[in-house]
Design a protein around this ligand. Structure first.
Ligand code: UTP
Length: 234
């Protein structure tokens, strides 16, 4: 029995591939199985394509990153609603509402084994929300499900030779992602540097993995070994 919070990157929910329904079905099945084993699971869903599209549409008209962030937050809540409804229809005991604050999410997780949410306030991404939720709920670990296999020294799409990491300290991860700042609405990083800094202060273990393979999400929830990057305090 574990408490685990997972940030599910919005790009996983809205990929440009046919198998996206099978992926969502797989996610629902993993969550249903783990709830039957008495795990408690918080899911924080990213904005993906609708966030990017909405922010891009409004950017020439809106000269304030915080206002553009609000468009991204709305997209995360749209995606969270898709995941919540899918779980609910599959008979999973998921909270009836999408909380808009972390303290609200923590209370809901005491009532139901599964809580699904999106973003909260401007100034960070859903990774940071998941890390805050994990810290505030006393979770065993926080999963960051993204669309690259591990944390690399450099973006592997730009440098295919970039070194990857199986284990990192929070300090080392912070060096890789840069200072704890949210510079631009919709800008994507392997993990939000604002969240990394908070995980570091609370020594929250992060499991960063390729969420396109729901088997990896399952392994990380269970606490088994998985292919990805484990981030722990030194
Ligand atoms: P995401 O969490 O999806 O960020 O939020 P991301 O890293 O760009 O995308 P993924 O994880 O690859 O899908 C999308 C945008 O919404 C705003 C930010 O502008 C963010 O870039 N946002 C989100 C907030 O301002 N606050 C939040 O709590 C969440």
């Amino acid at each position: 029995m574990a408490t685990v919070i997972a940030a599910i990157g919005g790009s996983l929910l809205r990929p440009e591939i046919e198998e996206r329904h099978a992926w969502l079905e797989g996610l629902v099945s993993v969550i249903r199985d783990r709830v039957s084993m008495d795990d408690r699971i918080g899911i924080v869903v990213g904005g993906g394509a609708p966030a990017r599209e909405g922010i891009e549409l409004a950017r020439p008209l809106i000269d304030n990153e915080g206002h553009l962030d609000k468009i991204g937050i709305a997209a995360t809540r749209l995606n969270a609603t898709i995941v919540r409804e899918a779980l609910s229809d599959a008979g999973v005991s998921v909270s009836g509402t999408i909380p808009i604050r972390v303290d609200e999410a923590v209370l809901l997780l005491e009532e139901r084994p599964v809580v699904v949410m999106g973003g909260t306030t401007p100034g960070h991404t859903t990774d940071a929300v998941a890390i805050r939720f994990a810290i505030a709920s006393g979770a065993d670990r926080c999963i960051i499900a993204t669309n690259v296999p591990k944390v690399y020294e450099e973006d592997p799409r730009e440098n295919p030779e970039a070194e990857s990491h199986d284990f990192l300290t929070h300090d080392r991860l912070q060096e890789i992602v840069g200072p704890a700042e949210h510079s631009r609405a919709g800008a994507s990083q392997i993990v939000d540097p604002v969240g990394v800094s908070e995980a570091n202060m609370s020594k929250m273990t992060l499991n960063i993995l390729d969420g396109r393979d729901v088997g990896l999400i399952r392994s990380a929830i269970v606490g088994d070994e998985f292919v990805g990057t484990v981030v722990r305090g030194a």
